[in-house]
Design a protein around this ligand. Structure first.
Ligand SMILES: Nc1ncnc2c1ncn2[C@@H]1O[C@H](COP(=O)(O)OP(=O)(O)OP(=O)(O)O)[C@@H](O)[C@H]1O
Length: 255
């Protein structure tokens, strides 16, 4: 579990995170949602340790990150797997080399052990037979699978995903969402996902944190978000006039 307590972060005097407190639970897909500029990326980067909060605490399974020594901080960072927006694969490496990269960089595993582990995750994300393909030779959905495989190859406790299905068609996006949810449950990881994709919110939103202008204005799950009367959520979920009309139509029918 990751707990954030009253996190604040400013850039050049402009406060971007305004006292966020929440818990990202283990074994759940925790979503950070909100409009562009609401602070989702800054929040995720703060969890990653890229940004240092101006105040507040981040606790990884009860350990206050700011109070850890350099070695302990390094240890926590090796327990984080990251799926970057756009996959961020190494173009000059094939699928299995991309996936093996964190093991070669951050562990002392033998070549044989690396080979076995890489094959395990290749099978887990259904990339069988694609081992020697280059990123340019595979589809966007397969590239995401490689990115997910690379993120989980070192058995992380925490999995962070930045817009994991951006650029994918809706069907592939759902498959990728479901894969992330399955592995979250299976490996009991604490998964935090940045998204503004409403399909993801409804499909895998087990714990949703809604940010608006750097403030947390709502938390709940995918069922609750459909029935809330919170105006900010309604505005976000029913962003188009057509969707607003459909909602009004359903509400009128209920009366
Ligand atoms: N390194 C930085 N320096 C200065 N300002 C920043 C920095 N990073 C983010 N910001 C500002 O913080 C605010 C929140 O940005 P952030 O990228 O977190 O939004 P977001 O919700 O992730 O948006 P999007 O969905 O478009 O990615 C924006 O006003 C942005 O300009």
């Amino acid at each position: 579990m990751i707990e954030v307590r009253d996190i604040r972060k400013s850039f050049d005097g402009k406060e971007v995170l305004k006292g966020i407190s929440t818990k990202y639970e283990k074994g759940k897909t925790n979503l950070i949602i909100g409009q562009s500029g609401s602070g989702k990326t800054v929040m995720l980067k703060t969890l990653l340790g890229v940004h240092t909060p101006d105040s507040g605490q981040i606790l990884f399974d009860g350990q206050d990150y700011a109070l850890l020594n350099v070695e302990e901080k390094r240890e926590i960072r090796t327990e984080i797997g990251m799926v970057f927006q756009g996959s961020a694969l190494f173009d000059s490496m094939n699928v299995e080399e991309n996936i093996a990269f964190p093991l070669k960089m951050f562990t002392q595993k033998s070549d044989q052990d690396i080979k076995i582990r890489v094959q395990e995750v290749i099978e887990r994300v259904n990339l069988n037979g694609a081992n020697l393909k280059m990123p340019s030779e595979i589809s966007g959905g397969m590239q995401k699978r490689v990115a997910i495989a690379r993120a989980i190859v070192n058995n992380p406790k925490y999995l962070f995903c930045d817009e994991p299905n951006s650029g994918l068609d809706p069907k592939t996006a759902i498959v990728i969402d479901e894969l992330i949810q399955e592995i979250t449950h299976e490996y009991q990881m604490t998964t935090v996902i940045n998204t503004h994709d409403m399909n993801s919110v409804l499909q895998i939103g087990e714990h949703i944190v809604f940010l608006k202008n750097g403030k947390l204005v709502w938390t709940g799950n995918s069922q609750e978000i459909m029935h809330t009367e919170n105006e900010d959520i309604i505005d976000f979920v029913y962003s188009s006039d057509l969707l607003k009309e459909i909602r009004n139509f359903h509400n009128t029918k209920k009366i």
